[in-house]
Design a protein around this ligand. Sequence first.
Ligand SMILES: Nc1nc2c(ncn2[C@@H]2O[C@H](COP(=O)(O)OP(=O)(O)OP(=O)(O)O)[C@@H](O)[C@H]2O)c(=O)[nH]1
Ligand SMILES: [Mg+2]
Length: 250
Amino acid sequence: MPEITSQSVKPISLILLVHQEAETIAQVIKDFYDKVIAKIPGSQIIICEDGSTDGTKEILKNLAKQYPLTLDLREQKRGYTGAMKDGFALAQNPVIFFSDSDGQHDPADFWRMYPLLEQYDMVIGWKKNRQDVWYRLLMTYVFNKLISLYFGTKLHDIDCGFRLIKKEAVSFLLQQTWRIKHCVNSELTVKVRAAGFSVGEIPVAHFSRQFGASRGLPVKKLPKIVWHILSGLPQIKKDIKQIKAGQTKP
Ligand SMILES: Nc1nc2c(ncn2[C@@H]2O[C@H](COP(=O)(O)OP(=O)(O)OP(=O)(O)O)[C@@H](O)[C@H]2O)c(=O)[nH]1
Ligand SMILES: [Mg+2]
């Protein structure tokens, strides 16, 4: 693997999605800035926040005085998928670094992921030692098996929200209709593959949520979420056929 130095790295656009992260967001931004952004001239930090009522917005406005933040703050909740799409549209640099903003990732993993862009258009973090409750670990295992069988992918953690994506792949995704609201990272991954972009993975660190209970997959809403995802898969398969027929990759 080629050795990388911060001089040989292309400018990146870091996208952080944020909702109700008052307790963590300041430390998370500091960490990403110190470990990655400050070392790569020309890089940007895009913050897509919506619907927070816990003081997150005010903290972000203050942090923008200290760090090079592009703030996209909304009163109404547009949701994870909507925020992600808006973040992609704001990204200007050749490499997009996408991450959750809840302090569960180590920004320094960027330096192990970046060299894989020599080989791949998208590099996904694989939370090998995932720090989540048992039912989420089980669901993730079953979900990855299901997606592998249905779409022929061979990835361990296809929905991981910690990844690097080349700008061309992001531009392609912005032209697509995104079908599912939950596990959208999986949909985007199978679609970029269908368009001829290459996808790789690498184990990354994962920490448990430091503040508050897990919110990603609330037990009460589970049946609705599972049904939403399963009923969306055939449509994604149809989209993939069309993408392959058109071979959208330039
Ligand atoms: N802008 C925006 N960000 C969101 C929304 N929902 C979640 N996020 C952010 O997306 C990231 C992932 O959401 P989480 O709720 O942590 O999901 P998770 O990691 O699967 O679940 P946890 O166990 O609670 O950590 C976090 O950084 C959230 O702040 C949303 O509706 N809008
Ligand atoms: Mg989380």
